[in-house]
Design a protein around this ligand. Structure first.
Ligand SMILES: Nc1ncnc2c1ncn2[C@@H]1O[C@H](COP(=O)(O)OP(=O)(O)OP(=O)(O)O)[C@@H](O)[C@H]1O
Length: 233
């Protein structure tokens, strides 16, 4: 099972009038979304349409040029630490430490989340099991295949649970069985009140998810302002 989460009450995560500038170019503008507990948002669109950029904005790694992100109606900028604590962001780059074993990698994340050794150990065992990694537990990160590395990275979601999962192309390098395992984990996360935002170019089964086409929010003009400046409106 997906370990219990830290959100006792139903929550909402929303973005209003979001715009993002990268390299002086408006990647998207006028973007709104609302996600409630149990909800899922799937970001679609061609290469360069801004899916990763939006996930990075949601994760607090990139400042929006315009607009507000809010958790339960409160701007997340008011308490960035709380937003970071409730968010799990998995980007393109696998954060697997090469000299640590798979179990040690997950143990590192689990103990950061919960220093209690017993609970952290159980969370690691569960994460290994759900992503079919138990037989690789003692293998160093540097000896993993691309798909095994990706599964180890995804297993962090269970080793150190949080309510909001932001996943950039999580199915990349996964075989069919691993995609099924991920779909099951996502469904359980949502069933226990979690939220998911993910980008994908592949089919993934997320019943009832809202689909967002990022190229619908493209803006044709080019701007010379530095990254992060407020857009004129
Ligand atoms: N570090 C960066 N500096 C400047 N511009 C960037 C940077 N990263 C991305 N961009 C630009 O931002 C735009 C959106 O890129 P982004 O990676 O968000 O798109 P994407 O939809 O996730 O693409 P893909 O499907 O290829 O992963 C692109 O035009 C890209 O060139």
């Amino acid at each position: 099972m997906v370990p219990s989460m830290t959100t006792p009450e139903p929550a909402t995560f929303s973005g209003t009038h979001l715009a993002c500038l990268r390299g002086g170019r408006v990647v998207f503008a006028g973007l709104d979304f609302t996600l409630a507990s149990g909800g899922a948002l799937v970001l679609l669109g061609p290469n360069g349409s801004g899916k990763s950029s939006l996930l990075r904005v949601m994760a607090g790694l990139l400042r929006p040029a315009h607009g507000v992100l809010a958790w339960n109606g409160q701007p997340v900028g008011d308490d960035p630490e709380a937003q970071a604590a409730r968010t799990h962001y998995l980007g393109h780059h696998d954060a697997v430490k090469p000299v640590l074993s798979v179990a040690e990698n997950l143990g590192f994340w689990a103990r950061l989340h919960d220093p209690h050794m017993g609970r952290a150990g159980r969370a690691v065992d569960n994460a290994l099991d759900r992503f079919g990694l138990s037989h690789l537990a003692a293998i160093p990160g540097k000896m993993l295949s691309a798909g095994q590395k990706r599964r180890t990275n995804l297993a962090r979601l269970l080793a150190a649970p949080s309510p909001l999962w932001l996943l950039d192309e999580p199915t990349t390098a996964l075989d069919k069985a691993s995609i099924k395992a991920l779909e099951a984990v996502l469904a359980e996360h949502r069933a226990t009140g979690g939220m998911v935002v993910l980008s994908t170019h592949a089919e993934i089964d997320l019943p009832g998810a809202t689909l967002m086409q990022l190229d619908d929010f493209a803006v044709a003009e080019r701007f010379d302002e530095p990254l992060g400046e407020e857009l004129a409106h």
